[in-house]
Design a protein around this ligand. Structure first.
Ligand code: ADP
Ligand code: MG
Length: 223
């Protein structure tokens, strides 16, 4: 399953003291089901802000985001939380694993949140899938950066999301480890048919996407 994402006139402004800065200035974007789009642009250009709006973690000042025709602005916070839990996956630069939970528990958590009965079995299978069968009971502090990102990938795909949002997922890893994590992400994405929108600074990473879009001065330019 994969999601179609559409933004129309998407605008986000922030109030910084007396000034209003327009970070996203009427973004129009269509991402097809199963497409892999790389999102690039200088630091501060609004990439993370855009992902936050796509995830329904933030509200637009104008314009719309819809996922498979469902406009996020029409949903309340509970409905958005449910949509994220059931249909979206996330991967972050800093992994965002829960430090007091083992690899297995981190991966099982999103499955437990949607009421899956076999969450530990599924977590173990996914951890084996990402090459961490012998690390299942490790805490994040006992794993390397590359291993933690693989745990985070297993978690992100555990509930078979329709849309995966990744914010510089290779940004904190060395080059080889980053490319390994990316290859794994691409494999899982292909298996599940997931739509992927990935922020990256790395031109080699962006080159593997179906399409690259670039944010500059609040607008999208097609690279
Ligand atoms: P990127 O991810 O491309 O580096 P961000 O989306 O994080 O950029 O930020 C874009 C701009 O919006 C930056 O100038 C940042 O300081 C500003 N910004 C982001 N979130 C907030 C916020 N909650 N309040 C005020 N300014 C913000
Ligand atoms: Mg960012």
């Amino acid at each position: 399953m994969s999601a179609r994402v559409v933004c129309r006139g998407l605008t986000r402004r922030f109030q910084v003291r007396e000034r209003t800065i327009t970070v996203l200035d009427g973004i129009d974007l269509e991402v097809e089901p199963g497409e892999f789009v790389a999102l690039v642009g200088p630091s501060g250009s609004g990439k993370s802000t855009l992902l936050g709006l796509l995830a329904g973690l933030d509200r637009a000042d104008a314009g719309t985001v819809s996922i498979d025709g469902q406009e996020l602005g029409a949903l309340d916070e509970d409905e958005l939380a449910l949509l994220r839990r059931r249909r979206l996956g996330f991967v972050f630069q800093d992994f965002q694993l829960l430090e007091h939970l083992t690899a297995r528990e981190n991966v099982a958590l999103p499955l437990e949140l949607i009421g899956a009965r076999d969450s530990f079995e599924r977590a173990d299978a996914l951890l084996a899938r990402v090459g961490l069968a012998d690390r299942i009971t490790h805490l994040p502090s006992r794993l390397s950066g590359g291993e933690n990102q693989r745990v985070a990938l297993a978690r992100a795909f555990a509930h078979r999301p329709e849309l995966l949002l990744a914010d510089e997922p290779t940004g904190s890893l060395d080059r080889v480890t980053g490319l390994e994590a990316l290859a794994l992400l691409e494999e899982l994405r292909r298996e599940q048919g997931t739509t992927l929108i990935m922020v990256t600074h790395d031109p080699d990473v962006a080159a593997r996407a179906d399409r690259t879009i670039e944010l500059a001065a609040g607008r999208l330019v097609t690279a």
